[in-house]
Design a protein around this ligand. Structure first.
Ligand SMILES: Cc1cc2nc3c(=O)[nH]c(=O)nc-3n(C[C@H](O)[C@H](O)[C@H](O)COP(=O)(O)OP(=O)(O)OC[C@H]3O[C@@H](n4cnc5c(N)ncnc54)[C@H](O)[C@@H]3O)c2cc1C
Length: 339
């Protein structure tokens, strides 16, 4: 009996969208192996609507572990519970999103079940002859793609970058089985009672919710000075967008790391990405490839970002961005006056 499992994140009483994305990664693997796809959801207040959504997005089975003591993510408790479930049901493959909690949980879990772990995979596939999971991820600074397999240990464990793929289309007619895992004494023993969560606070000083933004305006070294990010902020505020940055801009101290987009920063999938004075290095492109529309503003006609852009503006950002802002203001003014 082989299974593909996905960890479905549930936080603050809500199923996180990323759970659906991970199911989208698991579905082709389960199909290739001719096996079932399961979602495992741990938390408190998990509803029928949550399990229904997981099934509509591809789960054949949903394992639910619901307990007030699991309401908040605690690495020791979650990994203890998951290790117990893995020993009971022996899945072949376990996938999770490489979110902050996924990145914390999966190495801890891998140690507990004596398995390997490939972090931050961009591609997953099944090797036809062996049925092994092929786990592909950038290596050596993103210059090569390495494919890793784990032939001797089970389960095969991997994390996938959130927002690197879109969730599958839901099918409300799909049916699946919900397995409510009882909190018996064995599972009780897995809970960590040493930690008490008092609450959560957002770091409002430099919080950048790039992952959920519809528009991301990104600045690179071409901005020349920290103060010039103000120009991009003007544009972003008119578009209801967030500010992103290349690593060059972050390393120069022009803006905080929460704004970094790319291989060692965030992966984003906005409706519109605007890159100004960003060359479009391979590491930066790794973070923006699921953007719906890419706009590039760069002096250099051969900039790699121009090549992947839907709209490539060859020009000086200090002329193009103010012109864009003026045009947006003109249109807004015209709309207000009913022209
Ligand atoms: C392991 C590793 C991980 C990395 N991770 C990341 C990552 O997560 N994110 C990331 O971004 N990078 C990452 N990098 C760095 C990456 O290799 C590049 O160095 C970086 O992306 C380049 O940033 P940039 O585009 O701002 O600078 P540059 O490559 O120097 O480009 C600046 C661009 O601005 C243009 N320009 C200059 N003046 C103007 C103007 N007035 N108007 C318009 N255009 C102008 C230039 O033509 C040029 O194309 C990583 C590197 C490594 C080795």
């Amino acid at each position: 009996m082989s299974f593909v499992w996905t960890i479905a994140e549930h936080h603050a009483g809500r199923l996180r969208e990323v759970a659906l994305e991970v199911l989208g990664r698991g579905r082709p693997l389960a199909d290739a192996l001719g096996t079932r796809l399961a979602a495992v959801v741990i938390g408190h207040g998990i509803t029928e609507q949550d399990t229904g959504r997981l099934i509509a997005h591809g789960a054949d089975e949903v394992y639910v572990v619901d307990d007030p003591r699991l309401a908040d993510f605690r690495c020791e408790s979650y990994s203890g519970v998951l290790a117990h479930l893995i020993r009971t049901w022996s899945p072949e493959i376990v996938l999770a999103a490489a979110t902050t909690s996924g990145r914390t949980l999966m190495p801890h879990l891998a140690i507990r079940v004596h398995a390997g772990l490939t972090a931050d995979c961009t591609e997953l596939a099944i090797e036809p002859d062996t049925g092994n999971l092929l786990q592909t991820r950038p290596a050596i600074g993103g210059n090569i793609m390495a494919t890793i397999k784990t032939p001797r240990h089970r389960p095969q464990m991997a994390t996938v970058r959130p927002h690197a793929s879109r969730p599958p289309q839901p099918d409300p007619d799909r049916s699946g089985r919900v397995i409510a895992v009882p909190m018996d004494t064995q599972l009780e023993a897995c809970l960590d009672d040493r930690t008490q969560v008092l609450g959560y606070r957002t770091d409002a000083a430099d919080f950048a919710n790039l992952e959920d933004a519809d528009v991301v305006v990104t600045g690179g070294r071409g901005l020349k000075r920290k103060e010039n990010f103000a120009l991009l902020e003007e544009l972003a505020s008119r578009l209801g967008g967030e500010i992103g940055a290349t690593r060059e801009a972050v390393d120069r101290g022009w803006i905080g790391y929460p704004h970094q987009v790319g291989l060692s920063g965030k992966t984003i999938s906005p409706r519109v990405y605007i890159g100004a004075g960003a060359s479009g290095s391979i590491q930066h492109l790794a973070g923006i490839k699921t953007s719906e529309r890419i706009v590039s503003i760069n002096l250099d006609p051969d900039a790699p970002l121009h090549r992947v852009a839907d709209v490539a503006v060859v020009g000086d950002l200090f002329e193009v961005v103010p012109a864009l802002i003026a045009e947006l203001d003109r249109r807004r003014g015209a709309a207000r006056s009913g022209d």
